[in-house]
Design a protein around this ligand. Structure first.
Ligand SMILES: [Fe+2]
Ligand SMILES: [Fe+2]
Length: 293
């Protein structure tokens, strides 16, 4: 298993200028406006970790989007639908840059060691291309993106300082299209799936939801670190976070899947008999988490 430091660079020159022209919003953020001297060092360190973690998650989501895009093309999904999805990897790259630069503004990124070969689930093998695409779309979009978007919106609403507010606002705007994509795909693809295909898709969703619930349990078990400066840097307190996360799971993931006849078993936390009262304060992207291997 290769363990490598999560680090990225820009090539610069004409290549960077072309990229900046494509996505001018990155340079339009109010960079350089946070006075870090005003913050408790422990809060700053936690915020640097949260934003570095967010950059890593955006990087994983970019890979997930690229993988789903390849599968959609192989499945010969409708051209205009696939065309919508071609924008997503670039959006995620922009989010990687925005979140990394947020960490830099707060004093620098923190260390993340990762295995580049194990960033997202592997596509199903030995199945029809349409089912292979459906599995990835259900995991990455109908669960992953559909769940992370209300959480990002929540973090954006809570952010007090203009810089994290602008960065989160930009991300939330891009993510709106990512959130609806999975459902548009399913509404087109559903008539092509058999009962057993639907059972496979239900398992894909259940597995992904189970991982999300596991992450939340982990968040719930962390020690309380409530601090009055938490909101300034774009955090939500964990009680708010988990309540919103659980509501979003039911409304934006479980119900729409069931409505489309995908026989998932998953339940929101409270209905699954798990508690979700918590003492912990959580980083802003704690569940912006595409399925891990
Ligand atoms: Fe993103
Ligand atoms: Fe996204």
């Amino acid at each position: 298993m290769a363990k490598e430091l999560f680090e990225l660079e820009l090539l610069g020159g004409a290549t960077e200028r072309r990229y900046r022209k494509q996505r001018p919003e990155v340079e339009e953020m109010p960079w350089g406006t946070i006075d870090i001297d005003g913050f408790d060092p422990a809060v700053l360190l936690a915020a640097r970790k949260a934003w570095t973690g967010a950059a890593f998650q955006e990087h994983r989501t970019g890979i997930a989007c690229a993988l789903a895009l390849k599968a959609l093309m192989e499945a010969r999904a409708p051209l205009d639908l696939v065309a919508q999805a071609t924008r997503f990897p670039l959006d995620e790259l922009v989010h990687v840059e925005l979140t990394s630069r947020m960490a830099m503004e707060l004093g620098g990124a923190t260390e993340i060691i990762h295995d580049p070969d194990r960033l997202v689930v592997k596509p199903l093998e030995g199945v029809d291309p349409l089912l292979r695409a459906g599995d990835l779309v259900v995991r990455f979009f109908c669960v992953g993106e559909a769940l992370s978007i209300p959480m990002l919106r929540g973090a954006w609403k809570h952010a007090e300082h203009p810089l994290p507010k602008a960065v989160l606002g930009r991300i939330v705007r891009d993510e709106a299209a990512h959130g609806t994509f999975g459902w548009t795909f399913l509404d087109w693809a559903l008539p092509h799936y058999s009962e057993s295909d639907l059972a496979v898709l239900a398992r894909s969703a259940d597995e992904t939801i189970e991982r999300v619930l596991h992450n939340w349990e982990e968040i719930r078990s962390r020690p309380r670190k409530t601090h009055p400066q938490i909101h300034a840097l774009g955090w939500m307190e964990s009680d708010d976070y988990l309540e919103l996360a659980n509501r979003s799971l039911e409304r934006n993931v479980i119900r729409p899947l069931l409505r489309r006849g995908i026989p998932i078993q998953s339940k929101p936390l409270a209905k699954a008999g798990r508690l979700y009262e918590t003492d912990a304060a959580v980083g802003l992207f704690a569940s912006n988490d595409p399925p891990s291997p």
